[in-house]
Design a protein around this ligand. Structure first.
Ligand SMILES: [Fe+2]
Length: 235
């Protein structure tokens, strides 16, 4: 090898060994920093206000107040959980307690999110589903008729247990589904957008309806804000 090429090779080797380690370390430290800041800057969560739900006339003030309190407690619980999880992440010491907190995370996170979708889904205004709306056309296509959809949605609500009934949209298959979500997580369809949810935990109806769950479901369906459902479908 000519002498000048030997010098070039040695120079390249020197540059690689001198600068690659710090760059690699920088990437690692950035990754580590991101790991420590595992939940972004938006936390702690703040409980939102839902004027439309507060003013809904079909539920008593007592039920509305209690339900909003349960949601606010979920937000507080989620924030506590995140704080605990972050303290483990920052210490770098993981334990069974950490894994249990992580398992709990989806329960509280989904409780907050599902309640928010639920509170947004109702209105005191009389909103009727119009035949030329996209959501109506898709319900008709996938369930045969609006009555079929309503009947299926009601039947799912009567499942024994606590959880949610949701109308979901899968973009990939371009299909709507009514689903049952057990408690706050089991049954959620991966990749599907939730267009509408109905809370069927006892706290959502028993103050007003006792064990008459079907009456609650019928009332809920009457106050759905289909404008919101249509908007969610288009987003
Ligand atoms: Fe609830």
């Amino acid at each position: 090898m000519p002498e000048d090429k030997k010098v070039d090779k040695l120079r390249r080797k020197f540059l690689v060994s001198t600068f690659s380690l710090p760059i690699f370390s920088l990437i690692l430290s950035k990754k580590d920093a991101n790991h420590k800041r595992s939940f972004g800057d938006d936390f702690p969560y703040k409980a939102r206000h839902f004027k439309n739900f507060e003013k809904i006339r079909v539920f008593s003030d007592n039920l509305i107040r209690n339900h909003l309190k349960i949601y606010q407690d979920s937000v507080a619980s989620l924030n506590t959980l995140i704080k605990e999880i972050n303290s483990f992440a920052n210490s770098g010491k993981f334990s069974l307690q950490y894994y249990e907190l992580k398992r709990r995370f989806s329960y509280d996170f989904n409780s907050v999110k599902l309640h928010e979708i639920y509170f947004e889904s109702v209105t005191k205004d009389n909103v009727y589903l119009k035949e030329d709306w996209e959501i109506f056309k898709r319900i008709k296509r996938d369930f045969g008729s609006f009555e079929n959809w309503k009947s299926n949605f009601t039947d799912l609500g009567m499942i024994r247990g606590v959880g949610w009934v949701a109308l979901c949209y899968d973009k990939l298959s371009d299909k709507l589904f009514n689903i049952w979500i057990d408690e706050n997580f089991s049954g959620i369809l991966t990749g599907c957008k939730i267009l509408l949810v109905m809370d069927v935990f006892e706290h959502s109806y028993q103050i007003d309806y006792g064990i008459r769950k079907k009456d609650y479901i019928s009332t809920f369906i009457k106050v759905i804000d289909w404008r919101i459902v249509e908007k969610r479908l288009s987003e």
